[in-house]
Design a binder for this molecule. Sequence first.
Ligand code: FAD
Length: 431
Amino acid sequence: MPEKFDCIIVGAGPAGVSCAYALAKAGLDVLIIERGEYPGAKNVMGGVLYRKMLDDIIPGFYKEAPLERPVVEQRFMLLDRESAVTFSYKGLEWGREPYNCFTVLRAKFDQWFAQKAVEAGALLINETVVQECIVQDGRVVGVRTDRPDGDVYADVVVLADGVNSLLAKSLGFHKEWKPDEVALATMEVLKLDKTTIEERFNLEPNQGCTIEIFGDATQGILGTGFVYTNKDSINIGVGALLSGLIKHKLKPYELLERLKQHPLIRPLIAGSEPQEYLAHLIPEGGYRSMPKLVGHGVLVVGDAAQLVNSIHREGSNLAMTSGVLAAEAIITAKELNDFSENILDSYRINLLNSFVGQDLKKYKAATHHFERFPQYFEQYIPMLNRAAGRFLTVDGTPKKEKQKQLVRQMGTVGERFKIARDILRAWKVMK
Ligand code: FAD
């Protein structure tokens, strides 16, 4: 092992490994330090991996990576106690090359991806915790690990240590995340045979389906439930903003249990066997919560930098793109032999100009808006379900009268005005 590396990467998740792969391909000496027994051992994801960003890193990766199913259908359920308004997109083109996205199990996928970085020349050390960054004269020059003689040095350190990122916090890049900046998610992997999955979700072999569930999945607080199909298992989970869970004194595992028992969800998972139970935080503060991204000799990528687009359930792809952009900045810094904040700052600029920065900026007010005005999830989803139920029930009422009833059901003129105002407000924060 060289005494000093060109780059040390803390964390072998999608952000860290993407960065390591790009640096190793460019011929730099890279060390990845991972605290888990193996990459993915401690990592959690609902399970949708987007094709484009990884294809840019490893073209045609889907021919060899351990993937579950290419997703051909995405359903969205607005769930009430006994009803749901559901809409979906099913496109068979997503089941063919070049594909849109895949379900994955992180424990398998992360190991494969990290191995690709190792094959490209990176060194991976597992079961090692980075305790702090070594700072000299205001520059990060290495990391202190929990191993005996555990100090390791490098020109640059990349913090890819996920949502908790104690390291970025200890450098003063951000404060403790507030409860409205993180969601707490719990999920289960349920074993179910392949044919049953395909029959229940109306799939051909090697086709997958995802369902995002709003409303009753989180008892009306801001968050979502999800059901994703793997080859021979189903991922089911619920994530909700920590502030909402605290305010309503709800426990995430109770929400998950309730979702599993919901009369519209129960038949999808009937007969399955619990295989794994997982819990994890998701950074949901978005653009306004992004920490300082660059310092002298240090960059922050992925979840550690709050790079999650919770409206679109995207995180792993933002993590990968941030890892690659960080690598590009490091390669330039290496050419100039200048690892100052000024040179590394091209990472921040390119990140903000990329789809990552643009998407997070677009939705910068969304999470806080929906948290501040709980009526969208608490009131409007049940109201929509009641309206759909009544309108579609054939009871001899003329349709014109039904329409009038639906308008009356929305309340007084003042209440209707409030709904119209909320729709406009939602449009403004999402546009
Ligand atoms: P992580 O994947 O968290 O990796 C961080 C790594 O750093 C870990 O391996 C950890 O062990 C290691 N580490 C941490 N601290 C240290 C330390 N001090 N020393 C050494 N190693 C350390 N995204 C999607 O794209 N699609 C989805 O469907 C989706 N669903 C999700 C569902 C759930 C329930 C959750 C929790 C997240 C979901 N996400 C999803 C988000 C996605 O998982 C993350 O955005 C992504 O994993 C971020 O990658 P990362 O590399 O930044 O962090």
